[in-house]
Design a protein around this ligand. Structure first.
Ligand code: UTP
Length: 305
């Protein structure tokens, strides 16, 4: 069955990105001139999705506003004959069908996905986390959809994570099949490095058969008191084989400060209008002669700690 629906959970508190996430969703942080979530929605559309369910929470109104029409702004641009900008703004509000569901409390990723159950109504569906950007010619979600089409089962995107970061991920134990594909034997949420079955971690892209909902529902709160998607996947794997796919592409975890900075630098360097100037600037500040930026510190931010 063709996958046309996607759930984008974006109700988390974004504590790794405080204080800015106190009043602004991390999904709306800008990568130059587009918010993170815009790239995620683009990936979904390029993968054949035409119906998106955002799971949001308090403080997430700006996501809805971003994808909504903006009559005053459109009128302003129209009156001033700024046709290119007008088209850009209108294109965003007509990108795709979007529905919003509120997760009453941020009780974990598993719980967030469960809130979308009624809308999914028994079909296989994709999940894209709202703070992971993945860049590749063939979108990561489409890569997973193809695995699902071939095997008729759920598929999750994985990548190698540094050993000291395994305790931040769902880590799989898998049997390699062909090339980048694994059959999952087990999956553990945020293990201690010494107990981790591997360093292959699940990242923010999934395709699920609808049976995942029953599994999440039976899951009790796990690590951190949250309903963990990982525990639901493990239960699903007991009744239907779940596949892990080492996706092709570059992933930016923009919910993490360093991941966000990497995304900004890479996107700025690739930007048509200013890429060359950015590259020149970086060469300048990184040259051995340049001491201006590196010392002494001219300002302090919370990432210095
Ligand atoms: P994260 O753990 O990365 O998000 O969850 P978080 O909790 O917002 O961030 P930190 O760790 O406190 O900085 C992965 C995804 O799941 C969503 C988040 O919005 C993010 O896209 N999520 C998480 C929910 O929608 N609801 C939740 O209860 C938890």
């Amino acid at each position: 069955m063709k996958i046309t629906k996607a759930v984008i959970p974006s109700a988390g508190l974004g504590t790794r990105f405080l204080p800015v996430t106190k009043s602004m969703p991390k999904e709306m942080l800008p990568i130059i001139d587009k918010p993170v979530i815009h790239y995620v929605v683009e990936e979904a559309i390029e993968s054949g999705i035409d119906d998106i369910i955002f799971v949001t929470g308090r403080n997430k109104r700006s996501i809805e506003d971003y994808f909504d029409e903006s009559p005053e702004l459109e009128m302003h641009l129209k009156d001033r004959h700024k046709d290119d900008l007008l088209k850009m703004v209108q294109d965003i509000s007509s990108m795709v069908d979007i529905h919003y569901i509120r997760q009453k409390e941020p009780r974990g990723l598993g719980d967030a996905i469960l809130t979308a159950r009624k809308h999914i109504s028994g079909d296989p569906f994709a999940v894209l986390l709202g703070d992971d950007i993945i860049v590749n010619g063939k979108p990561c979600t489409q890569q997973l959809i193809e695995i699902h089409e071939k095997y008729g089962r759920s598929a999750i995107a994985v990548e190698d994570v540094p050993q000291d970061k395994v305790s931040s991920y769902g880590i799989i134990k898998g049997t390699p099949l062909d090339g980048s594909l694994y059959s999952i034997e087990d999956i553990v949420e945020k293990p201690e490095p010494a107990d981790a079955p591997s360093n292959i971690g699940a990242i923010g892209r999934y395709v699920f058969t609808p049976e995942i909902f029953d599994c999440i529902e039976k899951t009790t709160a796990g690590v951190g008191g949250e309903v963990q998607l990982t525990d639901g996947i493990r239960m699903l794997n007991d009744i239907q084989n779940v596949y892990a796919y080492r996706f092709t592409g570059r992933r930016y975890d923009t919910g993490d400060k360093l991941g966000y900075v990497k995304a900004i630098i890479d996107f700025a360097m690739r930007n048509e209008g200013m890429g060359e100037q950015v590259r020149k600037y970086l060469e300048e500040v990184l040259s051995p002669e340049s001491t201006e930026i590196r010392s002494p510190r001219s300002g302090k931010c919370s990432c210095d700690e």
